[in-house]
Write a protein that binds this ligand. Structure first.
Ligand SMILES: *[C@@H]1O[C@H](CO)[C@@H](O)[C@H](O)[C@H]1NC(C)=O
Ligand SMILES: *[C@@H]1O[C@H](CO)[C@@H](O)[C@H](O)[C@H]1NC(C)=O
Length: 389
């Protein structure tokens, strides 16, 4: 039996010196304490790293087609009334959505203290309808002021005249000469709301191709294939296009998502400024630990602004070619998809790291300690020799 153990003992890689030959020193105690603390710190940081989630990213060419882009918007114009602002979407496929109203909510911002320039939101702007007086004959047929498409067309409200003009792609200049508008107090409403602001909240659905959407004063229409905003209708020629973007995104959020335009305020130093945001939309697929997939988009943005002269070629009519006052977002979807996958870090890797921390610190401390011990010993030795001679 003794012989068996003796054989086994030969394989011990950790041969032990006899206790009698060991000395404990103060220096050794200090090195032990310091290395203990170091080990603890390194272990905690390694544990923290192990507990955190790893995000792996990969790129590939977008295989999807015919998808829609959902654009979430929430922005505020403190100096442009809602009745003036129109929202249009245009893309290179030729699709156009003019004066988008569904899915977008407009809130009036009425200055209650002009000096302080503070605003109070009032009722939903789309609910403030111009009242039609009840004494009117319901079977009446009023003139469309030359804009009727057929003989029998009637324009019984100011809005109807407006729509008829837009259908004809004409600009309705003098509202005061239109009896319907005078009767409905449209002009008065404009004068009252001139100093109000507007906040637009909601979402837009667009094709996943390059395009733009813009918030600009004046109703838009096409005039010989040029996008035109008719701004003179309201008799206002100067626009302060200062705006604050509360939120702008091209899809839902995911952990770690960054929206570069959120909570940004832009002040227009000059009248009728045109602000352009050039947005590169990067389709993103996010897969979390539970395997839930979020299809969304990230984006990067560059900004450009310039002053547009309102007294351009035709007074009051703003041509798309010369630029329009307002906020334009020009988006361009990328063909490359980023796929972000959340994963846990490997336990084996963690175990290896912990072992190497303990072993490494222990070895280095041992080296340091023996250096310290020997140099102190040799110093003592020399001092003793010095004393003797
Ligand atoms: C923007 O402001 C809102 C409200 O103050 C806040 O909840 C949100 O986290 C902010 N967003 C950014 C990107 O700072
Ligand atoms: C537009 O309004 C902002 C305040 O929101 C102001 O600082 C700026 O000077 C105004 N711009 C012009 C041209 O009046």
């Amino acid at each position: 039996m003794e012989v068996e153990f003796a054989r086994l003992r030969r394989f011990d890689a950790f041969s032990k010196p006899l206790e009698d030959f060991r000395v404990k020193t103060c220096g050794g105690a200090i090195v032990t304490a310091v290395s203990g603390v170091l080990m603890m710190v390194l272990f905690v940081s390694e544990l923290h790293y192990y507990m955190s989630k790893e995000i792996r990213s990969e790129l590939y060419v977008d295989p999807s087609r015919g998808q829609k882009l959902r654009i979430e918007v929430d922005l505020e114009f403190p100096h442009l009334p809602c009745m003036l602002l129109s929202v249009d979407v245009m893309d290179i496929s030729g699709e156009e959505q003019t004066d988008v109203l569904n899915n977008l909510e407009r809130t009036h911002l009425r200055p209650f203290n002009q000096q302080q320039g503070s605003f109070a939101p009032t009722a939903n702007a789309d609910n403030i309808d111009v009242e039609v007086q009840p004494t009117l004959d319901p079977n009446r047929c009023e003139s469309c002021y030359g804009a009727e498409m057929e003989e029998t067309q009637c324009c019984n409200t100011c809005q109807a005249v407006h729509d008829a003009y837009r259908q004809r792609r004409w600009a309705l200049r003098d509202l005061e000469t239109v009896a319907q508008c005078q009767r409905e107090g449209f002009v008065m409403t404009i004068n009252e709301q001139k100093t109000w602001g507007c906040r637009i909240t909601g979402h837009l659905l667009v094709n996943k191709v390059s395009g733009n959407f813009h918030f600009a004063p004046g109703k838009s229409h096409d005039r010989s294939h040029i996008h035109v905003h008719d701004v003179n209708t309201f008799g206002i020629t100067k626009f302060n296009t200062s705006h604050r973007i509360y939120h702008l995104s091209f899809g839902s959020s995911f952990p770690g998502a960054v929206f570069p335009l959120d909570n940004t305020t832009t002040v227009a130093e000059a009248d009728s400024m045109m602000f352009q945001y050039f947005v590169k939309v990067v389709p993103t697929v996010f897969v979390d630990l539970e395997g839930q997939v979020v299809h969304t988009n990230q984006f990067s943005v560059t900004k450009h602004s310039r002053s547009v002269s309102t007294s351009a070629v035709t007074p009051g009519i703003q041509h798309g070619r010369d630029g329009l006052p307002g906020v334009f977002v020009l988006y361009d979807p990328s063909a490359i998809v980023v796929r972000l996958t959340e994963t846990r870090r490997g336990f084996r890797h963690f175990l290896t790291s912990v072992c190497s921390i303990i072993g490494g610190v222990f070895t280095v401390a041992g080296l340091l300690d023996s250096c310290l011990y020997h140099s102190v010993r040799s110093l003592q030795h020399k001092l003793e020799l010095g004393k003797v001679s």
